[in-house]
Design a protein around this ligand. Sequence first.
Ligand SMILES: Cc1cc2nc3c(=O)[nH]c(=O)nc-3n(C[C@H](O)[C@H](O)[C@H](O)COP(=O)(O)OP(=O)(O)OC[C@H]3O[C@@H](n4cnc5c(N)ncnc54)[C@H](O)[C@@H]3O)c2cc1C
Length: 570
Amino acid sequence: MDYDVLVVGAGLAGMRAALAAQQAGADVAILSKVHPLRSHSNAAQGGINAALTDRGDDWQEHGYETVKGSDYLGDQDAIEILAEEAGSEIITLEHMGVIFSRNEEGYLGTRRFGGQQRARTFFVSDFTGQALLHVMFEQIVKSGVRVLDEWFVTSLVTHEGICTGVTALEMRTGEIHTVGARSVILATGGLGRVFEPSTNGLVCTGDGMSLVYRAGVPLMDMEMVQYHPTTLKGNGLLISEAARGEGAHLLNADGERFMQKYAPNMLELASRDVVSRAEQTEINEGRGIDGCVLLDCRHLGRDFILEKLHQIHEEGMTYANVDLTKEPIPIRPGMHYQMGGLKTDVDGRCWDKLGGDWGGVQGLFAAGEAACVSLHGGNRLGANSLLDTVVFGRRSGVAAAAFAKDAAASGIPLPGDAVQSQEEERINALLARNGTGDRVAGMRLEMGEAMNEHLAVFRNEEGMQTAFEKIKELQQRYGSVSVKNSGKIYNTSLIFALELGFMLDCAESIVSGAIQRKESRGAHTRTDFPDRNDDEWLKHILVYYQDDGEPRTSTLPVVITRWEPQIRVY
Ligand SMILES: Cc1cc2nc3c(=O)[nH]c(=O)nc-3n(C[C@H](O)[C@H](O)[C@H](O)COP(=O)(O)OP(=O)(O)OC[C@H]3O[C@@H](n4cnc5c(N)ncnc54)[C@H](O)[C@@H]3O)c2cc1C
């Protein structure tokens, strides 16, 4: 159970990292709490961005629009890499076997996504993530990378500030193992379920962010939580931006295309934070319908909808009893994506190679939604996340393989039996609880609803302090939470309890960062500080775990290479 490189997480970021590390000559294993094909990347619908120069697009324009989309909080060195490497990653995906949708001439087709003037989103109908994930998994199977699926990482192992592996629960048997590695890549995805409802699946519980936060790596930009403009009321399911990209309109209760007031140039395709704020304002000012506004696709025509927006048509029928071809569907802003995450450099390193003061843990890398390079800053552009997973997944795989080579020569010991016994003791103690404490599901809902009430589209000091108190109270109660099943095999009660602990850490860091930022920028809109304040807040907020339950925060400058901050209008 010792590898050069261990990748935790088998979504797009993890699999891309594993392939790159293996191609760089490392012995690689990839470990995931669900089968790789059930990773949440599977849910991505609309597409993946790239500026392909052969059709007159320009990576600098993509870079600029990403910077503007981020409300100037994204680090421009990372954004330049993202935009410049995008084209070759799309071609690599195509060569791996992804059958992208084509245009009339037979070339790779594109659609428009929000915050961008050009159509540069490549797609496979409206199930792009699924198509990419399946092809990537085929490559993993072909490569011979060891896959440990339905293994749940419970803790990180470090030795004198260097990561040497993880402990993991094999869900089928209930056994705890240590898995040693010269470098570890965390690609554990997002934390959507810290909020209720969310567009994210139940597995998106921020495990990696919490594991590494507790190990001493700061979480950055955590206050930046994306509320997507088009989610279904109740269950929070996503209606992809692809609908607006293909021309759907947003209407209020008076039938008015209200985006004309808020973003006269880009209308429904302004950045997501802008559209969500506009919708919420319409709803708050009484021009909504039952807490929603309407998404109207009717003018696109039945044949077009069934070909290009097939999945969301089905979603509308199944979950809202609405036929998109015949009537508008009620939607509203809903929690969708975490812009922040584990602070990394542009090669995925979770430590400061230059010896600066943000700390971190050597030998540890992160990629995908769990990481914060910071590409997305205050607001992610649609279809930049899948791109993030492959570009920075690949880069972290290459860097982790190189680190592993050097670390192997340095003789750092990999985890031994003592680590395993300690973790077994901790888990057994959890299983042995007498069952009189709070139930996990109830606490999870209390947390999610508090976050959704106080850290949504509009925020203020009082609400955020209320949420902070709630999280502290839940953390207290978590100390005696009950696990109803003490069995070994597929003990989902145990998994849910462990996930709740991870989510509470994530919630704590989100609220701490949000209280700290006394301005409005991107997705962080404060009614008590309504303006962006570059003089004081053009910087990242880092949140550090503290044993006493009061997280420490510090700041880092934003990297600006070529695009000076401007007033942001669409
Ligand atoms: C409904 C929806 C639609 C979207 N559509 C788009 C789109 O069109 N374009 C776009 O760019 N982005 C889109 N996104 C965002 C994008 O899909 C995600 O940000 C991205 O796929 C995340 O990939 P990932 O590899 O980082 O994580 P995931 O794909 O979530 O993978 C995480 C992996 O980590 C593993 N894991 C987690 N915790 C543990 C643990 N404790 N132990 C072991 N393994 C663990 C999981 O098993 C899983 O394999 C969408 C998101 C949603 C929710």
